[in-house]
Design a protein around this ligand. Sequence first.
Ligand code: PAF
Length: 294
Amino acid sequence: MPTIYHRISDLRSALASSRCKLDKPKRIALVPTMGNLHEGHLELVSIAKQQADIVVVSVFVNPTQFGIGEDFDSYPRTLDEDVSKLTTVHADHVFAPSIDEMYPVLPPPTLVLAGAITDQLCGQSRPRHFDGVGIVVSKLFNIVQPDVAVFGQKDYQQLAIIKQLVRDLSYPIEIIRAPIVRATDGLALSSRNQYLTGTERKIAPLLHQELQQLAKQLSGTYDNDKLNMLISNSRQRLTDAGFVVDYLEVKTAQLESITDNGSNLSSESANAIILVAAKLGQARLLDNEPFTFK
Ligand code: PAF
């Protein structure tokens, strides 16, 4: 069973003593989460185990990344179940701080802003969301000082922002991107899937099916008219099925926009990605699908 820490100082001392006790330098991995763990999170921990000797999983529902009217209060908090699940994948430490422990002053006057990359996709409908992610992830990096940290590809924009954070703030941390874990019907696993009613849960896999079909139709030579037409048809099908589409967009793998004539699709950025966020009932679902323009 992992050891649970609620205080920054206790986790730091434990990590310091593990670091000293070890005869040769050992790698520490961090898996940041907001808890309510599912198979996708456990896969992140398994990947972390392959990369490091000690795995720390943080469980913290971070208030600074939720906007007014979002689900901060109702976000499921299930620490006991989370710890049991983490035991099965041999996590070493769980860091579950209180809000006061993480934020002596809330909102924190110190900001970590990611700039232009947040002006698109999820950043447009959740304006301060990535500022909150930036500060909490920076704090976790400073508290744990991991050699490696693992994040899921489902939150593709978040992952890009974290890579930028590591580059710009010179964190000596390797960021590992973990593939999306899906239910057998293709729905990307997410803690928010539990907001779906039985009927909505049956509709939800359509989101990934649309992305797969789009990726197949778009692979090949870039054609702007075709791209716009396919996206608009796909959006309509999702709307007809009951989704409220927040965005459905095609970007380069680096999240640059694909210009009208596709001129920024240089040979190294021909890898593209379709990204979607859509509400189905109370659940806001995210997904993405990479593909290649030849
Ligand atoms: O992806 C998440 O669960 C959260 O955004 C993270 C990275 C744990 C920060 O609170």
